[in-house]
Design a protein around this ligand. Structure first.
Ligand code: NAD
Ligand code: TYD
Length: 340
């Protein structure tokens, strides 16, 4: 039986993954471990809290004692590690917590896997470990062989974690896999990230802060397509391998913002070009050939469909994101954008 430990499941992608898996595997057991940082939200898990196949444990993945206890008591066979500090801008302001959670937390999980024994440890990584691609070379893509070359404290901490996972495979024969996905979007996305921030601001008729000239390119993947890829990797992926995940949906930031404005019937006058992000990566673009050829994965949702679905979700679930825009969020917004 599938006894899955999902870390970071009260966050954006982990939450979507829990809904996806509980829906697909009716006889599975899912244990979610989440520290409930500013990014964790129990409302994301509301629909499954009463489900007998689901259990929530509030814990920090870098707390060795508690994590060992979870492994001892719950005996999970597959671990999927989503738990992380995930926002590049925050990593520029305060890098330490990124190292603590993303690197030390990963190490604790790997040690627990060695101590208690598991069938698979899956590390949810990011294409940001490859650094960036130039804007004038649309022929270039990240493959699994692209060298690690990080730009932000966030991506450096994710790369460090990936290397640790690979070291535990080589040295201790731990059965691991790693996936490196491009930018996700969809329901339950915290409104500090580009797409939900622009939707929330546009709905509130606030400025839409575009960094630099808005020409940076991201490769957008609807979150459910990321979940289906991870599901395939944990069941059929080869041990010790890295799989890139992306669906060739490249857009400049300005294109994304203008699409949101158009869909919401707002005015482009809301756009405000603001000071660029330090070290801002120019372009991300994934070559997903390996996961397609080996596992048959293909994304199901185009950007045009996905952005419509996402906007509709934010319109239908105002309470979810309006609850997030609280004092703490307002302080963050003022600090990041107040004098930008
Ligand atoms: P998120 O910030 O929305 O959620 C992170 C979750 O982890 C939150 O619920 C938070 O409470 C929890 N968490 C943070 N520190 C913790 C700790 N010390 N112990 C336990 N839980 C902790 O992030 P996300 O966007 O859902 O990203 C999930 C994973 O996917 C991350 O590892 C991220 O690097 C990776 N990823 C994200 C994207 C993207 O576009 N969002 C793309 C590729 C990869
Ligand atoms: P983000 O959602 O933070 O993801 P990442 O930096 O991990 O790709 O940002 C996506 C892109 O949008 C990135 O190029 C930075 C840009 N951006 C803005 O222009 N304005 C904003 O307010 C935010 C949050 C991001």
């Amino acid at each position: 039986m599938l006894k899955l430990l999902v870390t970071g499941g009260a966050g954006f992608i982990g939450g979507n993954f829990i809904h996806y898996m509980l829906n697909k595997y009716k006889d599975s057991q899912i244990i979610c471990v989440d520290a409930l940082t500013y990014a964790g939200n129990m409302e994301t898990l509301e629909a499954v809290l009463e489900n007998p196949s689901f259990k929530f444990i509030k814990a920090d993945i870098s707390d060795r004692e508690i994590i060992y206890k979870v492994f001892e008591e719950e005996k999970p066979n597959i671990i999927v590690n989503f738990a992380a500090e995930s926002h590049v801008d925050r990593s520029i302001e305060s890098p330490s917590v990124f190292l603590q959670t993303n690197v030390m937390g990963t190490q604790v999980l790997l040690d627990a896997c060695r101590k208690y024994g598991i069938d698979r440890y899956h590390q949810v990584s990011t294409d940001e470990v490859y650094g960036d691609l130039p804007l004038d070379r649309p022929d270039l893509f990240f493959t699994e062989d692209t060298p690690i070359h990080t730009s932000s404290p966030y991506s450096a901490s994710k790369a460090a974690a990936d290397l640790l996972v690979q070291a535990y495979h080589r040295t201790f024969k731990l059965p691991v896999t790693i996936s490196r996905c491009s930018n996700n979007y969809g329901p339950y996305h915290f409104p500090e990230k580009l797409i939900p921030l622009m939707i929330a601001n546009a709905l509130n008729n606030k400025h839409l802060p575009v960094y630099g000239k808005g020409e940076n390119v991201r490769d957008w993947l609807y979150v459910e397509d990321h979940c289906s890829a991870i599901d395939l990797i944990i069941h059929k992926g080869r041990i010790g391998e890295v799989y890139n995940i992306g669906g060739h949906n490249e857009r400049t930031n300005l294109e994304v913002v203008k699409t949101i404005i158009r869909e919401l019937g707002k005015n482009e006058g809301l756009i405000k070009f603001v000071k660029d992000r330090a070290g801002h990566d120019l372009r991300y673009a994934i070559d997903p050939t390996k996961i397609h050829n080996e596992l048959g994965w293909l994304p199901q949702t185009t950007f045009d469909e996905g952005i419509k679905k996402t906007i509709q979700w934010y319109l239908d679930n105002r309470k979810w994101w309006e609850n997030i825009i609280n004092e703490e969020y307002k302080n963050y917004y003022e600090k990041m954008y107040g004098r930008r």
